[in-house]
Design a protein around this ligand. Structure first.
Ligand SMILES: Cc1cc2nc3c(=O)[nH]c(=O)nc-3n(C[C@H](O)[C@H](O)[C@H](O)COP(=O)(O)OP(=O)(O)OC[C@H]3O[C@@H](n4cnc5c(N)ncnc54)[C@H](O)[C@@H]3O)c2cc1C
Length: 397
């Protein structure tokens, strides 16, 4: 029987983990690499704030066929660490089990509706299905009678996702409601300043873009409750809106809780430099479920696809190296850039952990488009090309 490397998840981290593991074990027919995920597609989450969300998924079966990776459609529900088995539900809702010799958890993250009423009344752009529901709702606004609530969108959370969505909305709403509609887009954030968690340089550009696009910020905003009529704040303020979107409260996949190990506040599993879960012999974690050091300066990976891609390439290499008994490549990702879409303003591109602004507006938008429309998509379904790209030591950003 072949030895099994089982990878849970076919997102950025899971897909690259599979390719990287396949690259290292290409000449071994006694090792099988299996990916278990609900769909054989890479869902391009960084584009879910854009219009046309159904288009943002790339097929993976041709790539996996070209690289010798086995794909099983299903959703993992239980990790049995003692017997090295994963229980999962098939597309037909049948329960089945898979044995592993090495397990890679790459099941990503998801938004948690943390405020009362959010689950029932708020939208999000976190997953393909929920982003599609949001898009459908937006497109139907034109059929509602004109009102303040119809014309107002409240984006809860002023992080990257909230900013990208909010700055995109004025033009999307004008397309749907017409140029004459008095639209209002508000970002509600608990910070006392715009873009408060970013460098001064970056938050200045965010302030300028918000001003030019007419996107308002409601600062020091503590959300009390979301209802079908809008958002109520703890200080008693109320914003009337038919469209409230949550962008905060992202947590690692709940499967992480089944592994006896230390987790951070977002539920991410602590991993060592080879991305093995601390305290576990055969389990690795990668992407949004991994709490990993990126360098020796105290920086740690963020829940970004920039990190998930590299974490995937390293974990795949290292889990295979572990099985082959060869030296792993300790995970290192010293470079960090951000490229934030700012709708009609353009974008802003920064370099370094101190987020020094390197370009803005149309120039930065070109970089953003190159990243989200090309760089983060799967490689061509050709073995040599895919394996070269999956090398963890190949240059990235
Ligand atoms: C709107 C939005 C904008 C973003 N913008 C950016 C950006 O500009 N730049 C950036 O770097 N990052 C961005 N991100 C973050 C980025 O998308 C994530 O960090 C990245 O997707 C994480 O990759 P991952 O492989 O860990 O998880 P995911 O890409 O979420 O993949 C998880 C995989 O696991 C599968 N899965 C989940 N549960 C199970 C289960 N129980 N069993 C089996 N499989 C399972 C899923 O189906 C999927 O295949 C954005 C995210 C969002 C939502």
């Amino acid at each position: 029987m072949k030895q099994q490397i089982l990878i849970l998840g076919a997102g950025f981290a899971g897909m690259w983990a599979a390719l990287s593991a396949a690259r290292l074990t290409d000449d071994r027919d006694d090792i099988e690499i299996t990916v278990l995920a609900p769909q054989p597609e890479l869902r391009i989450r960084p584009r879910f704030y854009e219009d046309g969300v159904q288009n943002f998924a790339a097929p993976l079966l041709p790539l996996f066929a070209a690289t010798g990776v086995k794909f099983i459609a299903g959703s993992a529900s239980e990790i049995d660490v003692a017997s090295k088995q994963v229980w999962y539900h098939t597309a037909q809702e049948q329960l089945a089990a898979l044995h592993y010799d090495r397990l890679v958890v790459a099941t990503g993250s998801q938004i948690n509706p943390i405020f009362p009423g959010a689950k029932e009344h708020a939208f999000d752009v976190d997953q393909l299905e929920s982003a599609a529901r949001f898009e459908q709702h937006l497109n139907q606004l034109a059929q509602q009678p004109e009102s303040i609530a119809r014309n107002t969108v409240v984006v809860c959370g002023g992080g990257f996702t909230g900013i990208e969505l909010a700055t995109e909305l004025p033009s999307r709403l004008r397309t749907i409601l017409g140029d004459g509609a008095s639209i209002r887009v508000v970002i509600a954030d608990r910070s006392p300043v715009v873009g408060g968690r970013y460098s001064e340089d970056l938050s200045d550009v965010i302030t300028q873009a918000s001003g030019e696009l007419g996107v308002e910020w409601k600062l020091n905003a503590e959300i009390a409750e979301i209802s079908e009529r809008g958002v109520k704040f703890k200080n008693g303020d109320f914003i009337e809106s038919n469209t409230v979107v949550m962008t905060m409260g992202v947590q690692a996949s709940p499967l992480t809780a089944q592994i006896p190990a230390t987790r951070d506040a977002q539920g991410r599993l602590h991993v060592d430099e080879n991305l093995k879960v601390v305290g576990q012999e055969d389990i690795y974690a990668t992407g949004d479920v991994a709490f990993a050091r990126t360098d020796d300066k105290g920086n740690t990976a963020l829940m970004t696809c920039q990190h998930a891609i590299m974490l995937g390439r390293f974990v795949g290499n290292n889990v295979a190296a572990d099985m082959l008994g060869v030296a792993p490549h300790p995970y290192r990702q010293v470079n960090y850039v951000t490229c934030l879409d700012l709708g009609g303003f353009g974008a802003v591109y920064t370099e370094g952990w101190d987020q020094v602004v390197k370009s803005t507006r149309a120039e930065a938008k070109k970089i953003k488009v190159a990243i989200t429309n090309e760089l983060i998509y799967p490689p061509k379904a050709e073995k040599e090309i895919a394996f070269a790209a999956a090398d963890p030591l190949a240059p990235f950003v």
